[in-house]
Design a protein around this ligand. Sequence first.
Ligand code: S3P
Length: 464
Amino acid sequence: MKMHTSITSAKILNLNKLLLMKKLIQIKNKINVYKNKSIKVSGDKSLSIRFAILASLAVGKSKATNLLNSEDVISTLNCLKKLGVIIKHNKKFCEITGRGLGSFNNKKNLTLNAGNSGTAARLLMAALVQSKNTIKITGDNSLKKRDMSRIVQPLQKFGAEFINNKKTLPIYIKGSNFLKPIIYDELRGSAQCKSAVMIAALNVKGKTKLRCVPSRNHSELMFKNVLKIPIRIKKNKNFDMIELTGGNNFKAFNYNIPGDISSAAFFIVLTLLSKNSNLLIKGININPSRTGIISILNMMGAKIKFKNLKNYQGEKIADIFVANTKKLRSIKLDPKFNSSAIDEFLLIFLVASVSKGVSEFKNLQELNNKESKRLDWGFKILTLMGVKTKKIGNHGIKIWGNPNLKLHKHYEIKNYLKDHRVFMVSVIAALSFGGNWNIYDPDSIKTSFPNFLKITKKLGGKIN
Ligand code: S3P
């Protein structure tokens, strides 16, 4: 992770070479006003990965439309193909033929590579609790740094076996024929942990019980409305209580994947911060467990609206209308919003940078367990922009907003773990605040949002 505020002329030749090789992009101007435009972003990543894994465990042919065509999803599909699942994937649809629970044909010495995707690695491991042979799960440099013990522990409780290293990838998992249901407390507010336990529980006869700090609830909605799994979900003051009965096969299903709010979020913030602009983003999943960014920005003075609301299989879909807001105010955020905005905090920090007053965000230690250390990146990007920040323990950030922030200097963003969200947030900062930016690793967007730069250009962003 490296950042510099100045650049020597000796580097210019080399930079031009890197530009040509598309190893970096340059942005030298703020985006111009755009009005009455509408865009669509790609399919939801969480739902795309859940569709693929659950369809591979179902009996028969399942079909999804608008599946996210990104590296995280392709890695998931490739792992499933290695497990013998038949998959037909083209621009129009993705068809997966499942043969039911425990039907993966896992050959000896099989390696599954989840690439950059924590969701894929963790949910796939859960789907393997019945595997007959030992399977190696690995990933890229970023994924190999992430904690897997949070998944290994509950899967061991079910009866799965792990060999050697149980904390980081590569991990070796061997399933069991003698699995037992478990009682599990999910206290991080992690949807990946909750969903991994739920997917493992599908393979296990009997009732698995979970007590979870609320997090995105796509798995619960799919289990209940689409797969028709016997599941009870009760919300009490601080926890979601989930009980589900596993051990029975379920039928194949069809699913139309809505747009991803975590992708829409980049253009929500760009529009909010761009003078006189407005934008309609069509067909986005506005499940309340994902719309933290909207609630937070509206509390800071934005007036983001939902239009054309629809329900789909328990999910809520809408068009999102956003307009530039001149008077944004700081926020002392209640951490109860953290989980519903977990992938959007770098964007929220950008907004706080120009919001009047001092903002505070706490209990965000999980941000440093993402594709890269995103809480640390928040400090780095804001400090680079000249915004005053202060650490709150090792879990939070205080941001002194400057409504007159204008950038003129040279900024360079190199993130060696190639975190897609660090790249995209830097592009939004450059187009919103000005300055002369070199941002490395444009290829990182392929993991979650391959059309990001295309849409940015469509709105008028000048990117070399
Ligand atoms: C995801 C859950 C979140 C999120 C990730 C996708 C999911 O992770 O950051 O991008 O699809 O369940 P955690 O569950 O680790 O918070």
